[in-house]
Design a protein around this ligand. Structure first.
Ligand code: FEO
Ligand code: CA
Ligand code: CA
Length: 628
């Protein structure tokens, strides 16, 4: 929570913003707050495209092992995997022989979503909470392959979770502060409390923890969100990859099959050495993961809490906003082919004067159903509904496998299917526009579309969708708690050079100059620019010829114009985005450079081990990122 004796950034901004921000949500790509958002003059000018929103020259695609930016921009490395967080923590060990205990005191691996928390009243001091999604065995261990011992599994667990780091700004820009009392690692063995309606449920109990109320660890932490009361939400995504079975006859059934547990654990390979991850020995452990976890970055001794009211699935991020009446709304995607988009609406209103630390434990979870829309090949649009996931309603009863609300929350995917939600093209990040409250969601790709019970149509308009699209919706009455909405596709990615004049060429705002595939990370900045990050096919051949490495683009939500802002090094994903409070520094994440070799980012030294890193991007003239 924000420190008691200081004004929160909510209060600081009150009266300052032309758009009635309820927080500095724009500091975090995943969390933008607004209250009341009638289309004002600003939004109207956006609609007509009259304002020169994007002020840099778009750059070309690139396949080189470097970060490239428009003229007038530069970057510095803020922090990299293995950086010691404390004065007495060991330095990064490139040999791969460092221990789990070392890693628990260093910056984690494969940084992903992040949020910035400004110290109220201190312009030059902030915390960054940064997810560490997974680890690359190629670089983690000296032998470069899957773990071979319990100690090596322990080290992998120590790489994942969250890193909280303090940063300071001086004349040379923002710097990581080693040995700050706020620096903290939350990892795969950190004690975490279960909160909300599913806490203590029989399906969450294990022999090691029969209460079902305290879990070890968070891992596979993808993207994130920020609450108005100053806490961080980290989202557990591909958690089932971490579970496997020692039983040669094992075949997942029912919910375990739907959530994707495989006997071989997709090569993560923890289960042979830690029975916690062996579903044949510890079948309930996997139910204790796949949640949104709330962390108080301002209290380094606080225990994180898994908020079960937000449901259990492969959580991408959590985008917070507020309903017209002050209730907190959280948008969330489930990143799997054919899975769903969700919305949580709290029962209680957020009261800045008396923040309720457990506000996210009580509310209603909804899932989205989209109609087929108008079928317009250039710009499809239609309507949709939010379907409640509430025990006793919509067929969610004991006969359907849901004797109570806890079972709905633990088996959220199954409940959403019962009520008739729309199977989507892999929902990734969701953000809320600070200008007009419209919600944007990346649907990254889906090669199963057109088969597998996933019909082509509505917001998922292409079979074998290798490029992805960006969905947008406006809630009825511009109220985030509404039960219905209107949707359209803001952009349909494609390759107009390889597939001119066809659906694979993308929407009219995709050109040979700005094309990309697999949109993933999203953020709005304070000027209303929409930033897009990619995690796609970087082969630069065939369907993807001319697209190069993963990249970051900037869009004008009003005109639809998109320009390429940054290209990443070889093999990386560009993911994670936060802005400094003045929007003059942009923090972004370079995840898994050289995933399959071929990179020495960020050092650039021949033969050096590549390291996932957070970059601080600035303009040479000190101006606002992205602006003219
Ligand atoms: Fe961790 Fe769906 O990206
Ligand atoms: Ca992602
Ligand atoms: Ca992705």
């Amino acid at each position: 929570m924000y420190p008691d004796d200081l004004p929160t950034d909510l209060e600081r901004l009150a009266g300052l913003s032309r758009r009635r921000f309820l927080g500095t949500g724009a500091l975090c790509g995943a969390a933008l707050f607004f209250g009341g958002h009638p289309l004002g003059a600003l939004a109207a000018s956006l609609q007509t495209g009259n304002r020169a929103l994007i002020g840099f020259d778009g750059i070309a695609a690139s396949g080189v092992d470097a970060v490239l930016l428009p003229p007038g921009y530069r970057y510095e490395v803020l922090i990299s995997w293995g950086e010691p967080l404390h004065a007495d923590a060991p330095a990064f060990d490139s040999s791969g022989n460092g221990s789990a205990a070392d890693q628990e005191r260093q910056f984690g691996d494969n940084n992903d979503g992040m949020c910035l928390f400004a110290f109220p009243g201190e312009a030059d001091r902030a915390l960054l909470a940064i997810n560490n999604e997974y680890t690359n065995y190629r670089y983690l261990y000296a032998h470069g392959s899957a773990p071979r011992s319990a100690a090596e599994v322990h080290k992998a667990l120590a790489c994942e979770g969250v890193s909280v780091v303090e940063i300071h700004r001086d004349a040379d820009g923002w710097r990581f502060v080693r040995d700050s009392a706020y620096n903290r690692r939350i990892h795969g063995n950190t004690p975490i409390r279960m909160g909300g309606p599913a806490a203590g449920h029989a399906w969450l109990r294990t022999a090691a923890e029969p209460g079902g109320r305290e879990v070890l660890g968070t891992f596979q932490n993808c993207a994130s969100g920020k609450t108005p009361w100053g806490t961080y939400l980290t989202c557990e995504e591909n958690f089932t990859d971490c579970f496997g079975s020692s039983d040669p006859a094992f075949a997942a059934e029912g919910a375990m099959k739907r959530y994707g547990v495989l006997a071989d654990s997709k090569e993560v390979h923890w289960h042979p050495f830690d029975p916690r991850f062996d579903v044949s020995q510890t079948p309930n452990e996997y139910n204790r993961h796949g949640w949104v976890v709330e962390i108080d970055p301002f209290d380094p001794h606080s225990k994180p809490v898994k908020r079960t009211a937000l449901g259990r699935f492969k959580h991408e991020n959590a985008a917070l906003t507020q309903a017209a009446d002050g209730r907190v709304v959280v948008y969330m995607g489930d990143d799997e082919r054919g899975e769903f988009i969700y919305k949580f609406v709290s029962f209680a209103r957020f009261d800045p004067a008396q923040p309720n630390p457990d506000l996210l434990d009580h509310g209603t979870l909804y899932v989205a159903r989209f109609d087929d829309g108008d079928g317009d090949p250039q710009h499809p649009k239609g309507r949709g509904q939010w379907l409640e996931l509430v025990h006793g309603r919509g067929g969610l009863d004991a006969a359907a496998g849901f004797p109570g609300q806890a079972e709905i929350l633990i088996h959220t995917r199954l409940a959403a299917s019962v009520v008739g939600a729309t199977r989507m093209d892999r929902p990734e990040w969701i953000v809320v526009s600070p200008e007009d409250g419209q919600v944007y969601c990346t649907l990254t790709n889906n090669v199963k579309r057109g088969g597998d019970g996933q019909p082509v149509g509505g917001p998922n308009p292409r079979a074998n969708n290798v490029y992805g699209q960006i969905l947008r919706w406006r809630e009825s009455g511009d109220d985030a708690a509404a039960s219905s909405f209107e949707w359209d596709l803001f952009a349909v990615a494609g390759n107009p050079a390889a597939h001119p004049g066809t659906a694979s060429g993308g929407s009219p705002n995709i050109t040979a100059q700005n094309m990309f595939n697999s949109p993933d990370g999203l953020a709005f900045d304070g000027g209303g620019r929409l930033w897009i990050q990619t995690d796609g096919d970087t082969s630069n051949r065939g369907d993807f010829a001319g697209m190069g490495n993963n990249q970051m683009l900037c869009a004008d939500p009003g005109s639809g114009e998109i320009r390429r802002f940054m290209t990443g090094p070889v093999g990386c994903e560009v993911t994670g985005v936060a802005f400094a409070p003045d929007y003059r520094t942009l923090f972004i994440g370079i995840q898994h450079p050289g995933e399959s070799g071929g990179s020495s980012f960020p050092s650039g030294q021949p033969g050096a081990k590549p390291r996932s890193s957070v970059l601080a991007i600035r303009r040479d003239d000190g101006g606002v990122i992205g602006a003219a």
